[in-house]
Design a protein around this ligand. Structure first.
Ligand code: S3P
Length: 172
């Protein structure tokens, strides 16, 4: 883990549905830091939802915007940053996060993820089939990469405050 953790942003990575946005927002509040959600930043910059960006311009276009937005956020003031599930798969983004921030892999069992994603069915990658199967495939492919984050936290617990407390302990 980098030395000067006290002035580095905290970046949450992990699969869709794990709770990066909810946990990130509450973590930021506890730490007295600002919070930003990378997907929301991309939506604001584009004036479109993530779903609309995928539909109109395709995934590659989204990934390009995602890479640029996260680079900008990492260079900014210390804050808590929630990323979309695919962001950390980009080699350049990952290198930047690992070098300049504290990367936290927020992880959960597939059953937990399936339950949580079912609350919002606007995720483009989950539209093509059974969410449980898609999430399990993504986990198999992505978990080895998420595992390169500095800190690994299981986030199955409810309420999310339990997970927030675990992160705070891990950061100490
Ligand atoms: C994606 C995750 C989404 C969003 C996009 C692609 C992914 O973010 O960036 O739909 O590739 O895992 P969340 O992880 O916040 O759902």
């Amino acid at each position: 883990r980098p030395d000067s953790v006290t002035d580095q942003s905290i970046v949450l990575v992990g699969l869709m549905g794990v709770g990066k946005t909810t946990v990130g927002r509450r973590l930021a509040k506890q730490l007295g830091l600002g919070f930003v959600d990378a997907d929301e930043e991309i939506e604001q910059a584009a004036g479109l939802t993530v779903e609309e960006i995928f539909d109109r311009f395709g995934e590659d276009y989204f990934r390009d915007g995602e890479r640029r937005v996260i680079a900008r956020l990492i260079e900014g003031k210390r804050q808590v940053i929630a990323t979309g599930g695919g962001a950390f798969m980009n080699e350049e983004t990952r290198a930047l996060i690992l070098q300049k921030a504290v990367a936290i892999w927020l992880d959960a069992d597939i059953d937990t993820l399936v339950k949580r994603v079912s609350r919002r069915n606007t995720r483009p990658l989950l539209k093509s089939g059974d969410p449980a199967t898609i999430l399990a495939d993504l986990a198999a492919k992505r978990n080895p990469v998420y595992a390169t984050a500095h800190i690994h936290i299981m986030g199955n617990d409810s309420p999310h405050e339990i997970t927030v407390d675990k992160i705070i302990k891990a950061l100490q």
